[in-house]
Design a protein around this ligand. Sequence first.
Ligand code: AMP
Length: 283
Amino acid sequence: MVMEIISDITALRARLKSEQSIGFVPTMGNLHEGHLSLVTIAQQHARCTVVSLFVNRLQFSPHEDFDRYPRTLQNDFSLLEKAGIDMIFLPDEKIIYPVPQTFQLLLPTLADTLEGTFRPGFFRGVTTIVLKLFNIVQPHIAVFGKKDYQQLHLVRDMVEQLNLPITILAGETIRSENGLAFSSRNGYLTPAEHTEASHLYQSLNQIKHAIAAGERNLKLLEETAKQQLNQRNWRVDYLSVMQRNTLLPATPQDTELVILAAAWLGTTRLIDNLEVTLTSLPD
Ligand code: AMP
């Protein structure tokens, strides 16, 4: 099957009309192994796989990196062709936002915590584009990465509360050998920063092991890890141990946890997270 590249909504809908099983992976392009792992999941669960490439201005604040966000279309095309997907949806801004997007979603308070604290309006922009893309593509399943844990959580809640007939699947975070999660923003890092960047994941692992070993002073663990990173010249936005199901602060009684972090290395902001499951609580 030949991969099609479609920019037009009417043409896309016409092409997808007869498809009984559509799997969808929304991306902002500059594809890496993380994105490709989501494509594999979509292919395992659907007959026709659609990947969108669209850098969504609505989720960037004016001072953020929209203009310099990496755009590598030719490489993305060849990776997706090699992966054997059926269709790329490649709209331009005029197709997605022909008029100013004055209708947007009212989000739960969760959207103002963690990432939302440091990127006001970010999740409004994300959920608005995801809902628009869902309405355009009308997939049966859609795949999101755990790398963006809070985003996955909010998309799941949106789908449930707005009764969208879409199954959301989650892909594990794919990492390079040193533990650094693949991200389009890793391209901003200098070689030295790239090496240093593995310390974010190391910090998460340190906390995970401390919790598994019985440490229940979660605030102390968070503060120690933040201090260690700051001493290494990171600037930590947040590093928090949360309940996995609610993304509210964890208590010492919780067994299903996720440690979420965002931190700056030079001019690059990285995010990462790590799930922790405790099979038994210490006495
Ligand atoms: P983006 O292009 O950054 O908007 O990401 C598109 C999708 O890829 C999102 O669902 C991300 O969570 C997912 N993703 C990004 N990085 C990774 C990674 N390292 N491993 C798995 N999924 C990822």
